[in-house]
Design a protein around this ligand. Structure first.
Ligand code: NAP
Ligand code: G4F
Length: 327
C-alpha cells in the first residue's frame, strides 16, 4: 500500500521539492491549493500528472475538514503560510489567521476526521528567534519575534506542541532557517538578487534595488531541508528540530558572491538602496545550531553558500536565455 501524504501550500517552494522527494519514495500525494484567478502552479508543472490537487484554504475550516476526510493521509506537511515577512506588517490580521489559526484549523480537521495515527509536520521558523537571545540558536533558545509573521509562527509552533501534548498527536515542528532554491519567490532577497544579477549579466537591467544589506542569515538549500521534514515523521516519537547550516552571511556578501558568479567585481555600481525595502523592525543576525538534527535525524546541510548562489544565478540566466516566463 502506498503511503499517503497531504501537503498544504502545494504551490510553494518547499512543497514542490517535498512532493518530488515523496514521489521518489512512492507516496500518493494530495496537495492543498487555494483558488487563484491566475495559474500559479509553475513550480509543480513537472509533477502535476502525478499528484492530486484539492481546493481549500487554511482560513476555511470546512474546506480542511472535507480535504482530510477525503484523503485520509498518513503524513500531513503543513507548509502553507503567508510566508513573506515584509508583508506581515501590511496584512497582520490575515498573516495571523493563516499562520496561527490555520494551524488550529488543520489540526482540528485531522483530529476530528483523519486517521488516529496521522503524522504531522509543522513548518516553524527561525523568525521566531528574532532579536536573538543567544548565539547560535537551538531548540532551547528563547523566542523574541520581530514581526507579526514571527509572532504568528511562534503561535503556530506552540499550537502544534499543545495539540501533541493534549491529544497525543504525532506532531513535529521543524524550526527552519532560511532555505532557498531556484524556485524561491522573486520577492525574497536571495532570488531577487540571483534574478537581478542574471538580468544585469545579460544586459537586460542596469541595477538592483535593495534594502538592508547588513542583516545576516543562515542560508541553506531547500531540497535538503524537505528531506529533514520527512525524516522527522519517520521517528519513533515526535520531536522538534532546528534545521540550519551553521554558517551565516550578510545580504552584502550574498550580493557580492552572486556578482562573482558572472565575474562582475564592481558590484557596488549595480546596487541601489531604497528605504522602501527596509523593515520597521529588522532581524540583524540569525545563526542556527542543528546538532540535534544531525544526531537524531542523521541530517546535515551539504550545499555551500557559494554553491547555492551559483545554482540560483545560473538557473536564472538559463531561464532568461530560453525566454521562459519568469516567476
Ligand atoms: P512559499 O513558497 O511562500 O509557499 C507558501 C505556500 O502557502 C504557497 O503555496 C501559498 O499559496 C500557500 N498559502 C498561502 N496562504 C494560504 C492559505 N490561506 N491557504 C492555503 N495555502 C496558502 O513558502 P516556502 O518558502 O515554501 O515555505 C514553506 C513553509 O515553511 C511556510 O510555512 C513558511 O512560513 C515556512 N518557512 C520557510 C522558510 C524558508 O526559508 N523558505 C524558513 C522557515 C519557515 P499561493 O501560491 O496561492 O500563494
Ligand atoms: O529574503 P527575505 O525576505 O527573508 P526573511 O525575512 O529572512 O524570511 C524568510 O526566512 C524565514 C526564516 O528565517 C522564513 F520563515 C520566511 O518565511 C522567509 O522564507 O529577507 C532576508 C533579509 C532581511 O533581513 C531583509 O531586510 O534580506 C533583507 N533585505 C534587504 N533587501 C531584503 C531586501 N529582503 C527582501 N525581501 N527584499 C529586499 O529588497
Amino acid at each position: 500500500m502506498k503511503r499517503i501524504a497531504f501537503i498544504s501550500g502545494i504551490t510553494g517552494q518547499d512543497s514542490s521539492h517535498l512532493a518530488e522527494f515523496l514521489l521518489e519514495k512512492n507516496y500518493k500525494i494530495y496537495g492543498l491549493i487555494r483558488r487563484s484567478s491566475t495559474d500559479n502552479t509553475w513550480r509543480i508543472k513537472n509533477i502535476l500528472d502525478r499528484i492530486e490537487l484539492i481546493t481549500g484554504d487554511l482560513t476555511d475550516q470546512a474546506s480542511l475538514d472535507k480535504a482530510i476526510k477525503l484523503t485520509q493521509p498518513d503524513e500531513v506537511y503543513n507548509l502553507g503560510a503567508m510566508s513573506f515577512v515584509k508583508v506581515s506588517w501590511d496584512n497582520p490580521e490575515y498573516t495571523f489567521n493563516v499562520n496561527a489559526i490555520g494551524v488550529i484549523r488543520l489540526l482540528e480537521a485531522i483530529k476530528n476526521f483523519g486517521k488516529q495515527d496521522t503524522r504531522i509536520f509543522q513548518a516553524s521558523s527561525s523568525e521566531m528567534f528574532g532579536k536573538v537571545q543567544e548565539t547560535p540558536q537551538n531548540e532551547f533558545t528563547k523566542f523574541y519575534p520581530r514581526s507579526i509573521y514571527g509572532v504568528s509562527k511562534c503561535a503556530g509552533h506552540w499550537i502544534a506542541i499543545n495539540y501533541r501534548e493534549s491529544y497525543n498527536m504525532f506532531i513535529c515542528c521543524g524550526i527552519s532557517f532560511n532555505h532557498e532554491s531556484y524556485r524561491r519567490g522573486l520577492e525574497f532577497v536571495s532570488r531577487k538578487i540571483s534574478y537581478g544579477v542574471a538580468k544585469i549579466y545579460l544586459k537586460m537591467a542596469d541595477y538592483i534595488e535593495l534594502g538592508n544589506l547588513e542583516a545576516k542569515r543562515d542560508f541553506g538549500y531547500a531540497p535538503e531541508f524537505v528531506e529533514a521534514f520527512w525524516r522527522m515523521l519517520q521517528l519513533d516519537k515526535p520531536d522538534d528540530f532546528v534545521l540550519a547550516t551553521g554558517e551565516n552571511h550578510s545580504i552584502r556578501e550574498f550580493v557580492k558572491t552572486a556578482f562573482e558568479c558572472v565575474e562582475i567585481h564592481n558590484w557596488q555600481d549595480y546596487i541601489k538602496q531604497n528605504p522602501k525595502y527596509m523593515r520597521p523592525a529588522e532581524i540583524d543576525y540569525l545563526l542556527g545550531d542543528s546538532r540535534k538534527a544531525q544526531k537524531i535525524l542523521g541530517w546535515k546541510s551539504k550545499t555551500s553558500f557559494q554553491e547555492l548562489i551559483y545554482l540560483m544565478v545560473n538557473s536564472d540566466i538559463e531561464r532568461l536565455k530560453r525566454g521562459d516566463k519568469i516567476e
